[in-house]
Design a protein around this ligand. Structure first.
Ligand SMILES: [Zn+2]
Length: 485
């Protein structure tokens, strides 16, 4: 049987480094040719797709999602099939999700549980593994995950006290272990002790509704944790990646560290770039609660700062933290905002809202858009150029992007499960017309053809010995004991 062949004619190919006119041929699951050779090599059975007037982008990578996550006593609406299918409808062809072991749960038990859940994914996927506790078995299992399972990033929650919060002892041990293994430590930066205290103080003031949520997690709570994690990483000489940077305080902590020459990377969510904290004062409980996620949405000056940080290279990747709960689930916190399941969606809308608010406004060039939506994540988590680049030999994960196409975002038309859309009513210009995953057309002109189980688990190799900045530092300054007589 002939492998599937797609011949995409006349689009403007956009990579993170440049954009150029070229035909592209895919054969099977890979890009076979970019440029004049594409036409010469195209087999007679190739399906032709007219790309004139459109951009051809690498498929999006969302490096932060939670499909089918058991959290705060319930499970998210989107499972690995519906969530990845929604991603494909929005031009995202790869997700990196999270394995989150319960305290004392062996890492590999949790890992295999998540691998089982993810088998129905429609797009390719990988996993960060969270370190929620520490002992020698965790130390050993991190080694096995890196060497045998292709995990090269570990997540640390500095919030969620009495649940999955990491104390400094665990952070230090895990960061050092990650460094030795060539894996990237990542942090959810919020001071969990402060959140715990402030939740009780806000409740004592008689504030029990969703408006209490941002009051219990002010920006400095995030800034403190970001700074602490970055400082620990600096002492140990390990690179660090800060997930969902939502405020000036943590963006500045990253900027300061980078100015000192430290290798620190930042992620920003589409929601934090576009939505402000006024949503929590909505008189309708259901709508206000639907926006409860951590860190919370911030006041408008933080959004402007986040855009500038993305433009300036302080922030590198865009994600969604896609983690959907319906109104009935959110109602668990009707009497107490601290009991509202934390999470919002966005995997389907990330690319289009970022194009509309980023490229259409001149904040980002198309190449910068590609860097922020796929290439940088592929590089930081070691999937490049298999992912995040349109080049011969790369996976045929592509989006034919219509810069003039427009739509109005709504829960009533989304593919994601659930009854809420974070960007409800927003009109966007610049939408995916065709999404190609592993060389197959999985979305075209509004028709979703996602297939359950078509997605593959991606093994990501560790980084090499150059990863270890401490080694280089020790060459310059080898500590010696003072000889005393
Ligand atoms: Zn998350």
């Amino acid at each position: 049987m002939n492998p599937t062949a797609l011949f995409i004619r006349g689009a403007t190919v956009v990579n993170a480094d440049r954009q150029f006119e070229a035909d592209v041929l895919t054969l099977g699951g890979q890009i076979a040719a970019v440029g004049p050779r594409a036409q010469a090599m195209a087999p007679s059975h190739a399906q032709h797709i007219d790309g004139s007037g459109q951009y051809l982008l690498p498929g999006g990578i969302d490096p932060h999602t939670h499909m089918q996550l058991p959290f705060m006593g319930t499970v998210t609406m989107d499972d690995f099939f519906t969530g990845t299918a929604a991603g494909l409808a929005g031009g995202t062809t790869t997700i990196i999700d999270f394995v989150i072991p319960s305290p004392k749960e062996p890492l590999l038990d949790a890992y295999w549980k998540w691998r089982g859940w993810a088998e129905k994914a429609a797009s390719d996927y990988a996993f960060h593994v969270a370190i929620t506790w520490w002992d020698e078995t965790v130390h050993d299992d991190m080694g096995r995950l890196v060497a045998e399972e292709g995990v090269n990033s570990f997540k640390h929650f500095m919030a969620y006290k009495n649940a999955i919060m990491c104390d400094d002892e665990t952070l230090v041990n895990s960061f050092r272990r990650a460094l030795a293994l060539g894996a990237m430590p990542t942090v959810h930066a919020e001071n969990g002790e402060l959140v715990y205290l402030l939740q009780q103080e806000v409740a004592r003031m008689g504030i029990t509704g969703p408006e209490g949520h941002p009051l219990s997690r002010p920006p400095m709570v995030e800034g403190e944790a970001a700074h602490r994690a970055i400082a620990i990483a600096d002492v140990l000489g390990v690179p660090i990646y800060v997930v969902h940077v939502s405020c000036i305080e943590s963006a500045e902590a990253i900027a300061r560290a980078r100015a000192r020459g430290q290798r620190v990377f930042g992620e920003v969510l589409a929601g934090h770039l576009l939505i402000d904290e006024s949503v929590y004062r909505d008189p309708d409980f259901t709508r206000a609660a639907a926006h409860v996620m951590s860190p919370p949405f911030r006041s408008k000056e933080h959004q402007e700062h986040l855009w500038r940080a993305l433009q300036a290279g302080t922030l590198h990747t865009t994600a969604t933290d896609h983690c959907t709960f319906c109104a009935a689930q959110k109602a668990a916190g009707r009497q107490d905002f601290a009991k509202i399941p934390n999470g919002c969606g966005g995997v389907e809308e990330r690319m289009t809202v970022l194009w509309d608010a980023g490229v259409n406004t001149g904040r980002l060039t198309p190449s910068e858009f590609v860097a922020a939506t796929s290439a940088n994540a592929a590089k930081l988590f070691n999937m490049y150029p298999r992912k995040g680049c349109i080049t011969e030999g790369a996976d045929a994960d592509l989006v034919l992007w219509d810069p003039e196409g427009h739509k109005t975002l709504s829960a009533s038309t989304q593919h994601s499960k659930g009854d809420f859309n974070l960007f409800e009513g927003r009109e966007v210009r610049g939408i995916p017309r065709v999404t190609i995953s592993q060389g197959e057309v999985v979305f075209i002109d509004g028709e979703l053809r996602a297939r359950q189980g078509a997605g593959r688990y991606l093994k990501r190799p560790p980084f090499g010995p150059q990863f270890d900045a401490q080694k280089r530092r020790n060459l310059d300054l080898t500590p010696t004991a003072v000889v005393r007589t």
